[in-house]
Design a protein around this ligand. Structure first.
Ligand SMILES: [Zn+2]
Length: 227
């Protein structure tokens, strides 16, 4: 069953555009109507061919059209109306849902606390940054030691990009960047003084290991070290 009807479309659109869209549809100007994950696409023969996309949601789809009106952000130009009508007339097979991200918050909110605890403990076991954050949230001073060990390992693993200033493309960035983020999180949990001390040690270690190389990540360490 279609999520919208001709009447829904008529009442949501400008009467003049609806009428022109209806005419375009009845003149057979809608070509190449295709179902795509999450919506449909088509080409409409107007003054020149325009590409139209209808993006599925609740109720009326969202529209994208390459005509001047559509590019200006008008939601229902005559081309979009024509495509919606053509789709309704085609027997209205629904597009597959798109691969959009699932509603994780909704899913997690519905789970039992015991299961959530198990998941978090497993993640903490695998990832010291997660462990340090959870320990910090619990007010456990072990958080600082966990974060220190993680940061030292991340600095050792880091291979700076000798040409680029930014950390993009540097190997090991995927470990070092979140290890530094963890310091910010711990500071937010009230470990501000410990974080400054830890960042000082880490900045010195970084300079030592990487021979004074400077990039975005070493900068962040030095900034945190200044408190
Ligand atoms: Zn258009």
């Amino acid at each position: 069953m279609a999520p919208f009807s001709i009447e829904d479309l008529r009442s949501a659109t400008d009467p003049a555009w609806f009428e022109r869209g209806r005419r375009y549809h009845s003149q057979g100007r809608v070509r190449s109507l295709r179902l795509r994950p999450g919506g449909i696409t088509a080409v409409v023969e107007g003054t020149r061919p325009y590409r139209v996309e209808l993006v599925w949601g609740r109720g009326l789809p969202a529209t994208v059209c390459s005509c001047p009106l559509g590019r200006d952000g008008a939601p229902w130009c005559k081309h979009a109306v024509a495509v919606a009508l053509a789709w309704l007339a085609s027997g209205a097979e629904e597009p597959e849902p798109s691969a959009s991200p699932p509603d994780l918050r909704g899913f997690l909110s519905a789970q039992e606390p015991e299961w959530l605890v198990e998941q978090l403990l497993e993640l903490a076991e695998e990832d010291p940054a997660v462990r340090a954050r959870l320990e910090g949230a619990a007010g456990a001073d072990a958080a600082v030691d966990t974060a220190r060990a993680d940061l030292e390992q991340a600095i050792a693993d880091y291979a700076p990009d000798p040409d680029g200033w930014g950390p993009e493309g540097a190997t090991g960035e995927r470990h070092l960047a979140p290890a530094i983020d963890t310091l910010d999180v711990l500071a937010g949990y009230g470990y501000g003084a410990e974080v400054v001390e830890l960042a000082r040690e880490a900045a010195a270690l970084f300079d030592d290991v990487h021979g004074g190389h400077e990039d975005g990540l070493s900068d962040r360490l030095h900034e945190l070290a200044e408190g």
